[in-house]
Ligand binder design. Structure first.
Ligand SMILES: *Cc1c(COP(=O)(O)O)cnc(C)c1O
Length: 430
């Protein structure tokens, strides 16, 4: 196994933490209570001129700054374009709201049946259990919400979310996010997870957490013991750059994998940080080596104050073009654009199918080879196998949903889908 540049670095406390004991340094409570939250503290870790100090204080009015000493220790103090620094340290650009920016681009607050719950997709929902993160990413898509109180949700809101899940039988997958759910005390997290685990229709609980990246000390034996009790556990973490895969981070990932957690990673595509095919390829290969599946690469949302991080969608497509076929299939993340207005996550890919007839489909591959794949001579659908009961069982269990999207054309009785208010319908006399 190879160690790439910078990834072997184990956090060694620089000033101002040179006299901190290892016990403190490796304690996540210490990491949280000693986060860097002021410009004065920050200037002890990286070199800031007076202008930068002014700018940072100003942009702190948008999203609070809080950097764990561990993550701060990875910043190159001299390099303004250090990827760790760009993720953690505010800049003036955040105070700029561009024309296309939106307050709640994904309509998370509008599609919400209970505080903190967004139920958008048919069989799964998102529950923001806290607005606290151990470290606030400057590219955060939930800037409107993250860090507002730096606290978990109240007991009554947690209970309301559990009740909503219990009373909604179609929900088989509950995604806990925030903020960062792993900032909750283990007992509070267990309270929530145990309640969800008791609900018969909840098949999986998954977590979105950046703690392996910004505070790997959180992955304690106590947390692992708790997680193990409520399998299956799926965890998505949030590495954006190979520099973040330190020895300490790898150790946290190994512990989670050894505890039987299924690990995935979601990266944000960020201009000037990781918008390069070779950075993403290196990141994804190192993730796979550490038993983490690169699940998604996200186009930066249209949230306010992050337009400086946004690349063109075509840059993301170009990155995927460099990966698919060129490296291990499961080392290639799915490139996703989350559509504004609650349109949801939508995959975007390079085009591989270049033409089509009833005899053959013509493809090009990753090397540029163009080839024909013959269609079967008689490919009529034969109808459902007689001994298959899957659809019938679904109906009996009351899980049959109204058909959504193109399902209505394929399986429903519709011939066309139309937007409401078509002008030509208004012109009809009857
Ligand atoms: C992202 C998201 C999910 C999970 O989506 P997957 O594509 O299944 O990973 C669920 N609910 C909401 C509101 C989301 O934004």
């Amino acid at each position: 196994m190879s160690e790439s540049i910078n990834t072997a670095r184990v956090a060694i406390a620089p000033s101002p933490w040179h006299d901190v004991s290892w016990e403190h340094w490796d304690d996540w409570h210490w990491q949280i209570s000693n986060r860097i939250t002021t410009v004065e503290e920050l200037s002890q870790v990286i070199n800031l001129n007076d202008e930068e100090k002014k700018v940072i204080s100003k942009s702190l009015n948008t999203l609070r700054m809080a950097i764990t000493p561990y993550y701060a220790s990875l910043i190159d103090p001299e390099d303004r374009r250090c990827p760790i620094r760009m993720r953690a340290v505010p800049t003036m650009a955040e105070t700029h709201i561009s024309d296309e920016d939106l307050f709640d681009p994904l309509h998370e607050d509008l599609d919400s049946p209970s505080p903190g719950v967004t139920h958008r997709y048919p069989d799964r929902l998102l529950f923001l259990v806290t607005d606290q993160c151990s470290m606030y990413c400057r590219h955060c898509t939930r800037r409107r919400y993250s860090g507002e109180t730096d606290r978990p949700r109240s007991q009554s809101e947690m209970d309301a979310a559990i009740t909503y899940v219990r009373e909604t039988p179609g929900v088989r997958d509950v995604l806990l996010s925030g903020g960062d759910p792993f900032t909750l005390a283990t007992e509070r997290l267990e309270y929530l997870v145990a309640k969800l685990h008791e609900i018969p229709h909840v098949e999986i609980v998954r977590y979105g957490t950046a703690t392996p990246v910004v505070m790997p000390q959180r992955i304690t034996d106590e947390l692992l013991q708790m997680l193990k009790k409520y399998q299956p556990v799926w965890i998505n973490t949030h590495f954006n750059h190979p520099k973040e895969l330190t020895g300490r981070a790898k150790q946290a990932l190994a512990k989670l994998a050894d505890a039987g957690c299924v690990l995935g990673n979601q990266s944000a595509l960020l201009r000037g940080v990781n918008d390069c095919p070779y950075i993403i390829k290196e990141l994804c290969q190192r993730l796979v080596e550490n038993r983490v599946h690169p699940y998604r690469l996200y186009q930066c949302d249209l949230s306010q104050g992050i337009s400086h991080f946004r690349t063109s969608i075509s840059r993301g497509i170009e990155i995927i073009e460099h990966l698919k076929g060129h490296t291990t299939g499961f080392a290639v993340p799915e490139f996703m654009v989350d559509l504004p207005g609650g349109g949801g996550k939508t995959p975007v890919n390079p085009f591989y199918m270049i033409s089509q007839s009833d005899r053959a489909v013509i493809f090009r591959n990753y090397e540029g080879v163009i080839a024909k794949f013959a269609e079967p001579q008689d490919a009529r659908f034969l109808g459902c196998p007689e001994n298959c009961h899957i659809c019938q069982d679904r109906r009996e269990r009351g899980l049959d949903h109204p058909f959504v999207g193109l399902e209505q054309l394929y399986d429903g009785d519709k011939l066309s889908l139309e937007p409401s208010g078509l002008a030509r319908h208004k012109r009809k006399t009857v």
